[in-house]
Design a protein around this ligand. Structure first.
Ligand code: ARG
Length: 469
């Protein structure tokens, strides 16, 4: 990007007329956004094409001027795509850079493009166009991660792991069931993204600086051309609303939070203390000093990067809270948090979508852990209740049984029948079927339960839904 002293001259900018001295170089750097908002360039061109077409349609722009503008913007698009565009800091932002280049290329017509428009409604339009496309990519990326989870779940319907509460072994669950919990979370994330998209997909253009314009514009035409579902119906709100960005980042923060929970579990499961899974080597690193280490860097980084997205949400909320109507330059600060949120979420979803199929499960280790913590104690209590004992009494009897098993250093299922009968005379030999891990799982056989039959059905439902997208 060039910023030589001549380029600091205001006459290069779109607003030189009223000023008598150049902007201080530092102020220029402080206020310019072109270093990052050039990312909006293609959306900016798309918006300008629609605006120009509308101006021509309502008779504000001649068809010759429109043709020049279309030709010039096509050339600029090519320059940008080939990386040949000369972005100038002195031209402040993406909008003035493109407009200036257009005028260089096509002359007069370029100077007419900004008729009935302001950078305030222009930038709001650009960000919405850009974000709409990114939301669609994130929706697809969420789908890919869901698919990866569903296929791992399908492979592990019958793999038993300890389910935890308070990180204490609670009840045995199917590892497939555990993975499908994340598929549910990501589905809600997708729904939230699609819902936010509806409010992103409204057209601010036409609000001009803040009050609308004196030209006989046709906003519906522009909306239609750009694929917006509706118009922003109040010009002051149109140029100053960034709710759509806040909402999007909030939805993204939840995506990251969900991925971060899985990341945390992978880190725990990979630790030799658990030993439940191995991650593919390409997703782990070694230590420069401790040769024995395999570090789960990708999950750890995902967990860490969640912090920046949550931070971006805070940044945007604080950005908005003190702003009087209508547009203020503060709004320029919406872009970096938005861009970084999109990049972080897309990279993270990609990393997980690629990593999940490679997770290797040590099902023997999982099973051992599930057997360790008296995880079928609730099954014993339920058994006693079915034999007529009130649940509280059953709970008490099982607590004693657990204590005895702990003293003997064995599992509940290994206690002699006579000993169980001492605690609750209702017990018969049928009890042992209930105390196995497989028996415990199979017994939870209702929608949402962890029985392999139900988990298989969950897998089938998800495959069906994901295939239909
Ligand atoms: N670069 C500005 C932004 O991102 C564009 C709008 C500038 N408008 C203005 N009145 N200075 O918000």
């Amino acid at each position: 990007m060039s910023a030589d002293s001549s380029s600091l001259d205001r006459k290069h900018s779109g607003w030189s007329g009223r000023f008598s001295e150049p902007v201080a170089e530092f102020v220029l750097r402080y206020t310019a956004s072109v270093g990052f908002d050039q990312r909006l360039a293609l959306a900016d061109i798309e918006g300008s094409l629609a605006h120009a077409a509308m101006l021509a349609r309502v008779g504000v722009l001649s068809s010759g001027d429109l043709a020049d503008i279309e030709r010039g913007l096509a050339m600029i698009r090519g320059e940008i795509e080939r990386g040949e565009f000369d972005w100038q800091l002195a031209l402040e932002d993406v909008h003035l850079n493109i407009e200036r280049r257009l005028t260089e290329l096509v002359g007069e017509a370029g100077k007419r493009l900004h008729t009935g428009r302001s950078r305030n409604d222009q930038v709001a339009t650009d960000v919405r166009l850009w974000l709409r496309a990114e939301i669609d990519r994130i929706g697809d990326a969420l789908g890919s991660m869901q698919r990866a989870l569903v296929e791992q779940a399908a492979a592990h319907v019958d793999t038993v792991m300890p389910g935890f509460t308070h990180l204490q072994v609670a009840q045995p669950v199917s590892f497939g069931h555990h993975l499908l919990a994340y598929v549910e979370m990501l589905e809600r994330d997708r729904e939230r993204m699609l819902d936010a998209r509806r409010r992103v997909n409204r057209l601010p253009l036409g609000a001009a600086a803040l009050a609308g314009t004196t030209f006989p514009i046709d906003r519906a035409f522009v909306a239609d051309r750009l694929g917006f579902e509706a118009l922003c119906e109040n010009s002051l709100d149109a140029v100053s609303d960034r709710d759509f960005a806040v909402e999007f980042v909030a939805a993204a923060a939840l995506v990251m939070t969900h991925v971060s929970r899985l990341a945390e579990e992978l880190v725990l499961w990979m630790s030799p203390r658990y030993g439940f899974v191995r991650l593919p080597d390409r997703f782990t690193t070694g230590s420069s000093i401790m040769p024995q280490k395999r570090n789960p860097d990708v999950p750890e980084l995902a967990r860490g990067k969640t912090g920046r997205v949550v931070g971006h949400l805070t940044a945007l909320l604080v950005l908005m809270k003190g702003q009087p109507l209508a547009y203020n330059k503060d709004n320029q600060e919406d872009k970096e948090p938005l861009f970084d949120t999109v990049d972080t979420v897309l990279d993270t979803l990609r990393a997980f979508s690629e990593m999940i199929p490679g997770i290797e499960v040590d099902s023997a280790e999982m099973r051992r852990a599930a057997e360790d913590g008296f995880s079928t104690a609730t099954d014993l209590a339920d058994y006693l209740v079915k034999k007529g004992l009130p649940f509280r009494d059953a709970h008490e009897a099982v607590a004693k049984a657990v204590r005895r098993a702990a003293e003997r250093g064995c599992d509940l299922a290994a206690l002699p029948l006579a000993e169980l009968q001492e605690l609750a005379p209702q017990v018969d030999a049928g009890v042992f079927d209930r105390l196995t891990l497989a028996g415990s799982l199979a017994a939870r056989d209702h929608v949402g339960g962890t029985s392999p039959r139900q988990v298989r059905e969950q897998v089938a439902r998800w495959r069906d839904r994901l295939d239909k997208r």
